[in-house]
Design a protein. Sequence first.
Lengths: 320, 285, 473
Amino acid sequence: MVGILRLWRSSPTIPVGDLWRVVGVPLLTILAFLFAWSRVSASVETSLGQIPGPLAVWQQAGNLWVEHQAERARAAAFYERQTQRNLRQLAENPDAPVAVLAYTGKPTYLDQIATSLMTVFVGFLLASLVSIPLGILCGLSKTINAGINPFIQVFRPVSPLAWLPIVTMIVSATYVSADPMFPKSFINSAVTVSLCSLWPTLINTALGVSSIDRDLMNVAKVLRLKWTTTLIKVVVPASLPLIFTGLRLSLGVGWMVLIAAEMLAQNPGLGKFVWDEFQNGSSDSLGRIMVAVFTIGIIGFLLDRIMLALHQLVDFGSRR
Amino acid sequence: MSAYIDAHCISKSFAVRRDTRHVLGDVSLQVERGAFVSVLGAMGSGKSTLLSILAGLTRPDTGRVTIDGVPVTGVRRDAAFVFQNYSLLPWFTALENVRLAVEAALPELSSDEQRAQAQRTLEQVGLGGALDRRPWQLSGGMRQRVAIARAFATKPQILFLDEPFGALDALTRETLQQELARLCSAVDRPVTTVMITNSVEEALLLSNAIVPILAGPPATLGTPIPIALPRPRTVAGLAHDEQATHVRAHVVATLTAALGRARRFGVRHAADTVPLTTAVAQERP
Amino acid sequence: MHTRLKVFTFAGALSLAAAACGGAASSADPATPRTGTGTSTGQLAIEKPQLKLGFIKLTDMVPLAIAYEKGFFEDEGLFVTLEPQANWKVLLDRVIDGELDGAHMLAGQPIAATIGFGTKADVITAFSMDLNGNATTVSNDVWALMQPHLAKDGDGRPVHPIKADALRPVVAKFKAEGKPFNMGMVFPVSTHNYELRYWLAAGGIHPGFYSPTDVNGQIGADVLISVTPPPQMPATLEAGTISGYSVGEPWNQQAIFRGIGVPVITDYELWKNNPEKVFGVTNAWAEKYPNTHLALVKALIRAGMWLDANEDANRKEAAEIISRPQYVGADLAVIANSMTGTFEYAKGDIRRLPDFNVFFRYFATYPYYSDAVWYLTQMRRWGQIPEQKPDDWYHTAAKQVYRPEIYLQAATLLIDEGLAQRSDFPFDTDGYRQPTRDFIDGMEYDGRRPNAYLHKFAIGLKGGQTANTNTTE
């Protein structure tokens, strides 16, 4: 709650005169886009039928919601049946072993969104835990930076689809347990997201740390602060704006990478949804894939906004 | 009598792209315990570098500095430094900024005592009501007061000031000069102070001696000019004081001569474009 | 005057929270069962009631869907999640890995895995999911080029089965123009690969060899065959990247519905009642969970029976079920044809093919050793097995992979429960079907004599030949 209040306070205020520019114009362009889209889609015939227009896509979104509710109803019915069955068993024999099992239906669209979000956060967290300390080290010491830089330059451009087979094999070999807490597909996707998204944070953290105002470092020197104090009270807060820039970029990259990774790793999220719909090849498929495209875009946008708000909380420089 | 701060034959050069700038050439300076010495010169003349070396922030290329007989290898525990541009940590409040310094300099105090000391010093500079403000919420003058408070809170024996009021407007500058004078005389044991300034008035107001720094490159120091005016000194008082006028003229002449020499040898100097700030004091009624 | 617009951060944060709460909180993750051990319904004590089974979106995954939707799994005390997989390789890897308990597999996959072609692992099967169900489609252009070489009947329709002899001049034409003739299939050890090659070779076209160093399978080929994922086949056909493909349904009927290609031959016409998909599990899994395995096979047998019941009366409902997006997802019209026993070849040329999909009759679900041996012979024929092997080797390998004893155990349990009759199952067989000539080229296949079988073919490795020493063409 406190966090939301802080977010509220830190949002920009806008004079009424600018309302037109900030809200009105985008609204107009969106309407124009929808209009153009519906015209174009009506005129292009693919071998799968017409490209779905905005109305068709909206209908598919509605379908997905209905399917979600239907699946929830089935789950409820299943649990009801199970409870009845268990009660009956206990009535006959009070000592009978009774099983309470989870419903094994398919994941609904909302479940898939939740899975994708979970996976991207875990991957992002993992990436941050590695890249921030490493970035601080690189920023503090030119030697370490020189040593790590080649790896950064070479591994940064690697696509998630290239990492995935390697990650899958390593996870297969090392993550062995009879009853794993996380499914391997989840781990594969999360680790791939980490590998691809840790570079912006790493680079920006190193940059932030190495480009701290000389004066602030001088302050640390004249106050004769211990190096731990310098690190925690001077270096890190001074580099926070750039660190957050890096984090924001990383989250954006991670979200994009996730969709690709899920398609192959079979993590039951939005990426898998798109691939399965593609495999279906039904006349509804294109529409449903477009719903997914918009969902992915909107969620990416929201994630970015959240990071931006957090960034502004720690940006002391802009208020000087 | 051996000086408290003794700098001997200091030289310093910096590599700037492919050139080498010789900033200081064979500079020597002695400061007695408890004295307030101003190093006066135009901008870009190497004053900050000299101060840096005295304080232990920079190593000289040749020569050595000793303070109280001990060679300077880094910043001393009992020394404090005030920078020209505040250098407060923007994510801490005024109180926290000062407390950070106290914590590092006086670790034997308890956390509460450290806080109390910080608060006391801030109140001394008149910022008792701004303890919880962050730097961006303070005016330039207030920020510099915090910087000064931070310096004094650590109970220093030595004080280094690098054009502490250079970034402020004239009126604020005057107020803070008085403030600093008051603090320096209020302290119950002698604080040896070396201040850098480009204002003759400021030097006259605060110091026991003015050491002109003569334009180079490399810069050298002129003969120290003692100022035996009684304290407390006021700006108004100094405007009409005969000795003050005399010193003023002498300093300006020395510095101008040095500048002229440099120009004759065709050396470009940043000081060419900046006039010495002597005019203001004379216009005051 | 100022207005405060908090649209982005506040509303965004709210809706995100709502979505996350609405979605995640009320769904239980099927991969982590809550408390309790398995329940036993019927006589079997199930070791692992919660299972995740994989499938590929092809119509012959229908026994799995029916077993779920009709409650056959639940009757056995099994709580199953059916998860579609991205492609055959991922599916096989995840079964071997343990992420999937079992899967809808190509008949060649357990065999190839066990003998070590591709990822090596001990994969077994105790249930054959269906017979037939594939077809080969060519592009509109190639179909047009084939027309002059096709025998027509009185109505002007092509005489079926269409042999690859009609394709040979087209391939020659491509060669003369310096263009490669490309065809796609789904996996190097897929039934589609072997059936396509069989069809081409029977028409005198060389489909290429594999060698230990060259796994593309195009050595000496007249037609270049490569792997294409099924959902991309129509698009690549349309683009002209391939001139034809061999795949299961709904992708052949998709081609004709979308007007991009023409199915020319089904595998029913190639080899009447050939084995197609199996239900595969790892050997280790089967040994660890024998009762669960039996329960699975029981449920699948019941599903097969339901599908073929009353002369395919239930097929319409089956088609409707698998047209749902979580199963095969293609349009109902596209699926309905083949599932209900009709098949559209050229546009408008619709023929009855009641045995296009066979799920239970003709003992379809019994895992015959001779089926495994046939696939092994084709692997040898094209060089995936690089050296000659004695007949015994084939029989031993087949027995390692195919487990009719488990099947018959499950069958017996069903008979005892009154859900099936003894006559439904071939209790008397030794695991080898009778020799048969039901092939498009009339060759006789006797599962007991694989090497002799290999010697009959003009195109293909035989005896001690390798891809490099084979001197055909």
